[in-house]
Design a protein around this ligand. Sequence first.
Ligand code: TYM
Length: 338
Amino acid sequence: MRVVSGIQPTGNLHLGNYLGAIRNWVRMQDEMEQGSECLFFLADLHAISMPHDPAELTANSLEMAAALVACGIDPNKSILFNQAQVPAHAELQWLLMGTARMGWLNRMTQWKDKAGKNREGQSVALFSYPVLQAADVLLYQATHVPVGDDQKQHLELSRDIAQKFNNDFASEDAPVFTLPDPYIPPQAARIMSLRDGSAKMSKSDPSEMSRINLTDDADTIMKKVKKAKTDPEPLPSEAKGLEERPEALNLVSIYAAISGKEVDSVLGEFGGQGFGAFKPALGEVLVETLAPISERFRDLQEDTEMLQAILARGASKAREIGTPTLDAAYEALGLVRG
Ligand code: TYM
């Protein structure tokens, strides 16, 4: 079993990232059997697909490394690194460019959403972004890729690229790439904005009130939860009653995911009550879970040297693990290298 996943080091880690992905990274790391490996990385190469400030990217990368360790990623159990220190990601992306089809990339909803009406003005990197993402996982022969629901389509594309490359350039009994399986959690795979139940919680939302950051203090968390958009109805006593109530569904789902309960059991407790009672309870479980993480984060963040050493050590292991696959890809394509 080889677990591989990444996160863009842009801005803060938010509750969507935590519940949709990072929490599962930690679980998979902790439940790993001997001979299995977890590789988690900062997708800094992906971050340059959008306009960015170089100094901010450097600072954000270290901050994200601190946040991941604060959430429970243990650099002694998992390989933690940033893409920029492992050139094989960019190399393999180029090798896969001949296999990926324009039509496949054109169908990516993230590309459509981010480009909007101004496709002509976007960077080539934003368009080819999913090919780099395919390289990220295929380089390590990933078997499991824990991600939130929004990355499912990119993972399907990675499988298509791997399949086509194997078909075109490898024999059936010696494929170059393993087809990776996305691991999308049954709960909290898509946490929505606190201001709009139809938009996902995201780092790029201009409103700070739309998301809970892992570094928010208790007062801020409470304020954001209390100001979260809701409807005037009391909570139903069964999950079915949340259909057509996206904001209520989102808050109840967050409560369920954080407290490790089923949505029906949360509604068994709060059904019939209004948000005046539910929101403070939600705020409390959030503060309880996030306070120790943000405390660890603040301590770790100050030790830049340690964070740099963790990333350097991780990158060196990642380079080693990726080399045979990169070599096999060059060879399969007939590229001669000294
Ligand atoms: P990114 O940085 O946007 O998000 C990191 C992880 O958090 C999940 N996530 C969410 N889950 C539930 N609800 C939400 N509102 C929410 N918002 C984000 C994402 O699904 C993701 O798992 N392209 C990727 C980074 C990447 C990657 C990879 C991931 C690059 N290469 C290879 C897996 C494998 C991204 O931008 O994630």
